[in-house]
Ligand binder design. Structure first.
Ligand code: PLP
Length: 361
């Protein structure tokens, strides 16, 4: 018998549950389970992917200089304080690996993104969950949850799967109230969907204990390529770069992300269409007795009377080829998370929920 065993705690990590993409026996499904951009990537990003094929024998850039410069240009940030990763998931993992280990605590909220817990445990640290207030991040609960062992505090703003966000003054209050050992991580996966919101740049620039993570997987429609980035104090970026693999991003991913972020017109079109359809769908469902909080993202969290009703509606939607996301694993058993698709998809969702409600009335 060998004595090969993983590090303590690894086998306690529950596997990440991705959004489903298929329904048995149903063809032509519409996938609204992973908050993907229904319009796909920018045509310029697609062209960049094609063009990159001829030089795939070359290793990619190790410092991502061109992509960081483009991000810096578009967002008005110092490229020296940007790090790129294989999705923002990798930046989250770097943060946990670099700043938390056995005996340390990583704080996040009751409906917080699954990767905070997974990455904390993968680093051997202890994940600690605090309450939200009616599906909104509760700064007081986070501050009360801090101990001398707290090393990282993760919030997504806006949050997934609730769709809600907290104000900059609340984020600043959180940053300023943390123990000196704790780094605040602002996950801005949905920041692009909020008109005029920079994800918290001012808060980061005026402090030494705040970083943000961003992604190309949502508004930019590049989830399949896996590109994300982080921005923070020089010291933190310098730390993260030491554990980053030198070729973590492929040359294809780098050029596609650069083309995507430079296509301002396409980005604006997707943002505006999402905002319009989000309001439409939320109102249509509310009229059917399915309320949701005002969403700042590309999905809505539809609330049902009970877990049974939410699950029955999900099953009904599936029978019509509509795949949405159950969120019981995020402590929201009565809700379904529905990505805002294109106009036809939104109409089909509203029609299906109406038919479901009529079928059980
Ligand atoms: C989708 C999402 C991400 C993005 O993950 P990537 O690894 O960049 O694809 C990060 N945080 C939250 C809260 C998300 O919903």
């Amino acid at each position: 018998m060998n004595q090969i065993t993983p590090q303590p705690g690894i086998m306690d990590i529950a596997l990440y549950q991705g959004g489903a993409a298929h329904v048995k026996g149903v063809e032509n499904v519409i996938k609204l389970s992973s908050n993907e951009n229904p319009f796909g990537p920018s045509p310029k990003a697609i062209e960049a992917v094609r063009d990159s094929a001829a030089t795939l024998h070359r290793y990619p850039s190790t410092d991502h200089g061109q992509l960081r410069a483009a991000i810096g240009e578009v967002h008005g940030l110092d490229p020296e304080r940007i790090i790129c990763g294989v999705g923002s998931d990798e930046i989250i993992a770097f943060l946990c690996q670099a700043y938390a280990g056995p005996g340390d605590e990583v704080l996040y909220t009751e409906h917080g993104f699954a990767m905070y817990r997974i990455s904390a445990m993968a680093a051997g640290a202890t994940p600690v969950q605090v309450k939200e207030r009616e599906r909104v991040t509760d700064v007081d609960a986070l501050l009360a949850g801090c101990t001398e062992r707290t090393r990282l505090v993760f919030i997504a703003n806006p949050n997934n799967p609730t769709g809600t966000m907290i104000s900059s003054s609340e984020v600043a209050r959180l940053a300023d109230g943390l123990p000196p050992t704790a780094l605040l991580v602002l996950d801005g996966a949905y920041a692009e969907y909020v008109e005029g919101f920079d994800g918290g740049v001012e808060i980061i620039n005026s402090r030494s204990n705040v970083v943000m993570t961003r992604t190309f997987s949502k508004l930019y429609g590049l989830g399949g390529l896996r590109v994300g980035w982080g921005y923070g104090p020089h010291e933190v970026i310098n730390v993260l770069n030491r554990i980053r693999g030198p070729f973590n991003l492929s040359s294809t991913a780098l050029v596609a992300a650069e083309a995507a972020i430079c296509d301002a017109e396409y980005v604006e079109k997707c943002r505006a269409e999402n905002a319009r359809l989000r309001v439409w769908l939320a109102e249509a469902l509310a009229e059917l007795g399915v309320p949701s909080d005002t969403s700042c993202t590309n999905f809505i969290l539809a609330r049902f009377a009970s877990q049974d009703e939410a699950e029955a509606c999900d099953t009904f939607l599936q029978s019509r080829g509509l795949i949405v996301r159950r969120v019981a694993g995020y402590n929201l058993p009565n809700a379904l998370r529905i990505t805002i698709g294109d106009e036809d998809s939104c109409k089909r969702v509203a029609d299906a929920v109406r038919a479901f409600k009529e079928s059980v009335a």
